[in-house]
Design a protein around this ligand. Sequence first.
Ligand SMILES: *[C@@H]1O[C@H](CO)[C@@H](O)[C@H](O)[C@H]1NC(C)=O
Ligand SMILES: *[C@@H]1O[C@H](CO)[C@@H](O)[C@H](O)[C@H]1NC(C)=O
Ligand SMILES: *[C@@H]1O[C@H](CO)[C@@H](O)[C@H](O)[C@H]1NC(C)=O
Length: 168
Amino acid sequence: MASPIVLLVSILSLVTKAIAQSLNVSTVAVQNGTSMLECWSLQSPTSGAGAQNYPLGDFSNAFIGAIPPHTYIGAAWPASIQYSMILQGLVHISLPYSDDEIYIQPGPLSTLLVIDQRNVSISGHITDFPGSETTLIAQFPVTGNKIPVHTVLHSGPCGLGDVRGLTG
Ligand SMILES: *[C@@H]1O[C@H](CO)[C@@H](O)[C@H](O)[C@H]1NC(C)=O
Ligand SMILES: *[C@@H]1O[C@H](CO)[C@@H](O)[C@H](O)[C@H]1NC(C)=O
Ligand SMILES: *[C@@H]1O[C@H](CO)[C@@H](O)[C@H](O)[C@H]1NC(C)=O
């Protein structure tokens, strides 16, 4: 019969493995009523057909936005909790009350989760598109406007060290 300690160790290693494999995404989150950037770890993936499949949940009315080069939007709030995936171009996000900022391009750090709606953040976040090509963003509003299940890895955006599982 397995001892309780052996069982505990194997459960812990399962839990660690699940957390270790999760998708990490930069998130425009809210602390103390203002927007800031955090790196969030989402639910653990399933595997199939040689792939790791990272769950993102259900979406409604997803779309692709095309934004001309050198566009400045300024401080704004998202209409709903949503994921954005940068397909082409360059996005710069900064914050009225924080020094955090992020430049997002296609690649392993191209997903942004935005949850700082007007009723939870007094500041919103500032978006501009400093690149010289049209930026294409696939936008996925989360069904029911629910904050995805997550743990906060650290404050500030995710970096290359947070997506090693995607870069090999
Ligand atoms: C939120 O406000 C409290 C009280 O003023 C402060 O102690 C805390 O550090 C603030 N948290 C952040 C993330 O700024
Ligand atoms: C903020 O408003 C959204 C609708 O836009 C709603 O789904 C959400 O529950 C509200 N959040 C809070 C904390 O009231
Ligand atoms: C997410 O972050 C965790 C904790 O740092 C790390 O172990 C894991 O490899 C990261 N996930 C990916 C897909 O890189």
